[in-house]
Design a protein around this ligand. Sequence first.
Ligand SMILES: *[C@@H]1O[C@H](CO)[C@@H](O)[C@H](O)[C@H]1NC(C)=O
Length: 429
Amino acid sequence: MPRQHAGSNGWLLLTTLGLVFALVWLTRSRPDEPHLHRANPKAAHRLGALVNQAKGAADTPSAPLAPDAASSNSLRQRIVAVGDIHGDLPAVTSILRRANLIDLKGQWIGGEDILVQTGDIVDRGPDTIALYRFFQTLRAQAAQAGGAVHSLLGNHEMMNELGDWRYVTKEDIASFGGERNRREAFLTGWIGREFRANYSITERVPFLAEASAAARFDPPLQHTAASFVHGGITPEYLSSLDPARDPIAEMNRIGRDLLFSLLDVPGGVPLSLPRSATPEQRHFWSEEGPMWNREWATSDEDEICDRVQKVCDQLDVRHLVMGHTPQFEGILSRCDGKVLLIDTGISRAYGGAHSSLSITYTLTPASELSLADALALELVSLDDPVPEATLRSDKLRRTWVEVEEVEALYTKGRETERIGRWERVVERS
Ligand SMILES: *[C@@H]1O[C@H](CO)[C@@H](O)[C@H](O)[C@H]1NC(C)=O
């Protein structure tokens, strides 16, 4: 009797050990697989529907845990940003191919991804016409696929509108068939119309389409968006805007007013702002304004991070992404990723790094996590009798995991650089 007892204890011990080893193996055997990134882009429906769906799913007996399940309820959004291009079409197509947004023919294959270009497409290089056409076409293709292309104006776009052509190349002028044609194209012609209809000064791009749904989480999904602008947005500039209005809309309104005012200047615009420019337009077009400011790039980090945080809070974003001040070595992150400088001098006029910034955001119900991810996040433990069952149990039904990954992508064989990865467990309230 005692021997038999000891024997069955031994079996139990062996079985338990086996299970533990299997779990440890499962946790360690896929070290290179990025966690939580398996969401099917097609599953990125509207958050409300998904939350309900997930709620329904949690009420019914659980489906087998399948890490690669195509029916994932994960919400996922990828945002790619490209800085100053300065007349180099081949550079930008190779960058967008590297980011899997276009195919070899330059057609959008980015699905529901979002591309942001932060201005300065023109000047220093000759491909002006091809580049503005390219982005115009890509914008329509992206919209068709459920994605988006956001185009921002840089100081060089505005300089061309203002008649400041100091950085325009001879080839560029020739490609329009002369100065007169080029001037007309930028004011009343197709480029001018495109700027006035489809370009903005600054954008706040939410990580998930329905940001309002973020309020349903506890702690709330704070600042789930990024800000994009050509130069930089300082708290001082923000405080000069009408506090009763949305600052993003205000900056865009001021830029738009300025652009439209240039159509009415008799005899063209003399190299700087027209005499009729208002004080708010002058401030906007100064070194303190969003198109020219370089402070987040040039000041010491100790001096800026508090003020950067202020701007993030005011704009309700996690990152301030901007071009304008070249970082030839590659994308530069400051203040723990709150400032992301993406002008890497990609034009052959500079010969800098061919880069893009990639932000991938996922929100995943705990029930859809792999066991490895759930263990890593300590949502289940190896001490649980059946960890998988714990993962599927009522206990975790309101638990979701938010992951944000920010990377710098490069062409010419340079490895992807991880800028930051932020992971948080949140409860649906
Ligand atoms: C704005 O962009 C869309 C999509 O690219 C394009 O079809 C349209 O012609 C553009 N509008 C102007 C005025 O250029």
